[in-house]
Design a protein around this ligand. Structure first.
Ligand code: ZN
Length: 471
């Protein structure tokens, strides 16, 4: 038997619930956080009653336009909605309003896999707008409960080309996409809440693709893929052929289980939705502003360019920027971007304190105070332990200038005495000689005390030493 090619090709279909106020085609509240009582956010439109008319949610279209820009996709100025017909309990109308092939809102584009190596990217095939189906819940008694609050929630479907070849590629892609939509603030992309749902298509050795559904976390995606790739390789080694079909991930048994033969497009009898006219979104494409954090990769480049690549520590600076972006904390990113917009602030120094200290603190410091503090650090005016202390205190509301004045005033008499006694303890022989009458040694002790605290006043130190000598 010849060498069998075991090339792995993975493509993804992601369904992203959008954080809009209302549903995709009606004015019902978007029960995005899964918090309302079941079947309370429903109306004749999202339940598909005869004679009702769907109206497209403008905000959802805006979100799709913005996401298409970040993904470098071509936006279709005249997208069309289609009916996808199938019979299933979670589908109130008997069809889902969705988009179809070239009629979708955007085509093509890509998302990079790495911040540092932009050659690695996954191509996007298509971006579609559609409505969600109802939520179905299986009870332990074997009943199926339906919550139509979810029916009609706006979704963006993102279909990738099968450009991923390893489990690691898939993990990176999903983390990057989640980062993008969270920073855009168009979705919280919480997989456990069903806001970010992933179907995986995987083929091995040029065989037909197998779809895996029902995967509820990035960790599960990784586990399901490892299992499935292995399974297909074993089948091929035995000389078996892989047929196109759908499987589901069983989180409990940690394996994929066959569900059904994959439906073909013919099964769905797609046809244009007669109740929604073809959209003309060219004017919107001009009007819609991108959010300031829409493209983390562009923002990363912009911040990276503030430091010369020749400078020592540049790689660490890039790592810090990457940590900042991957934390996906919108306030922290804006804060840091604003801090380094000030020419007096050294981005490299600021990034170090941002990642090592501020990131672990309970709140962000006031921007002007942080910038002032960073400038002092750059001038090497403060020891590291003082910077940490000051960061903590300006977060609590202290004013940096007052902290500095306090610092300049030097230690109190009590603090000074503690330092003097510590120095004496470290130099018992010299102290005995001083006590024995060698007055010249006072200068030696003042010097040691100043080394521990440069703000110590020599006159006060002298007085304290003389007092201790008399004891
Ligand atoms: Zn409704």
């Amino acid at each position: 038997m010849g060498e069998v090619s075991m090339e792995v090709r993975i493509g993804l279909e992601i369904h992203l619930q959008l954080k809009t106020q209302s549903k995709m085609f009606c004015r019902c509240r978007n029960d995005y956080q899964v918090q309302d009582d079941p079947n309370t956010n429903i109306c004749p439109v999202c339940l598909g009653y005869p004679g009702t008319l769907p109206v497209t949610n403008r905000r959802a279209v805006e979100y799709a336009i913005r996401l298409a820009r970040v993904l470098h996709s071509d936006i279709n100025p005249n997208p069309v909605f289609y009916r996808k017909n199938y019979f299933y309990p979670d589908l109130p109308k008997g069809y889902q309003i969705t988009q179809y092939n070239e009629a979708a809102i955007a085509q093509g584009g890509y998302l990079p896999l790495d911040f540092r190596n932009r050659d690695r990217k996954v191509r996007i095939r298509r971006l579609s707008l559609e409505e969600d189906t109802a939520r179905s819940i299986q009870t332990d008694e074997g009943e199926v409960l339906l919550d139509f609050n979810r029916a009609g929630i706006p979704l963006i479907e993102i279909v990738t080309e099968p450009d991923m070849h390893t489990v690691e590629d898939v993990r990176k892609f999903l983390e990057n996409l989640r980062m993008v939509v969270q920073l855009m603030d168009i979705s919280d992309a919480d997989m456990e809440k069903g806001q970010f749902r992933v179907d995986i298509n995987v083929s091995v050795g040029g065989g037909e693709r197998v779809e895996i559904k029902n995967v509820n976390s990035i960790r599960d995606v990784v586990e399901a893929l490892r299992y499935e790739i292995n399974r297909q390789k074993e089948e091929l080694k035995k000389g078996n052929t892989i047929r196109q079909h759908t499987r589901r991930w069983d989180d409990y048994e940690k394996r994929t289980i066959p569900m059904r033969r994959k439906e073909t497009e013919d099964d769905y009898r797609y046809f244009p939705e007669p109740d929604i006219p073809v959209l003309s979104i060219a004017p919107m494409m001009d009007e819609v502003q991108s959010g300031e954090l829409d493209d983390p990769f562009a923002l990363f480049d912009e911040m990276a360019a503030k430091v010369s690549a020749e400078r020592k520590g540049y790689e660490n600076y890039l790592s810090n920027l990457e940590i900042l972006m991957r934390d996906r904390d919108r306030d922290a990113i804006r804060f840091f971007r604003d801090a380094i917009a000030d020419e007096e602030v050294d981005p490299m120094v600021a990034s170090k304190w941002m990642i090592n200290q501020v990131r672990n603190m309970e709140a962000l410091p006031p921007l002007d105070q942080f910038k002032k503090l960073m400038v002092m650090v750059q001038r090497e005016k403060l020891p590291a332990h003082k910077v940490k202390d000051f960061l903590r205190r300006i977060i609590e509301g202290a004013i940096l200038d007052e902290l500095l004045r306090e610092l300049e005033k030097g230690p109190s008499d009590e603090e000074l005495e503690v330092i003097v006694r510590a120095v004496i303890e470290e130099h018992p022989d010299e102290f005995q000689r001083l006590k024995g009458g060698k007055k010249g040694l006072i200068g030696f002790f003042i010097g040691r005390v100043k080394k521990k605290n440069p703000q110590a006043d020599p006159g006060k130190v002298k007085a304290i030493i003389e007092k201790i000598v008399e004891e």
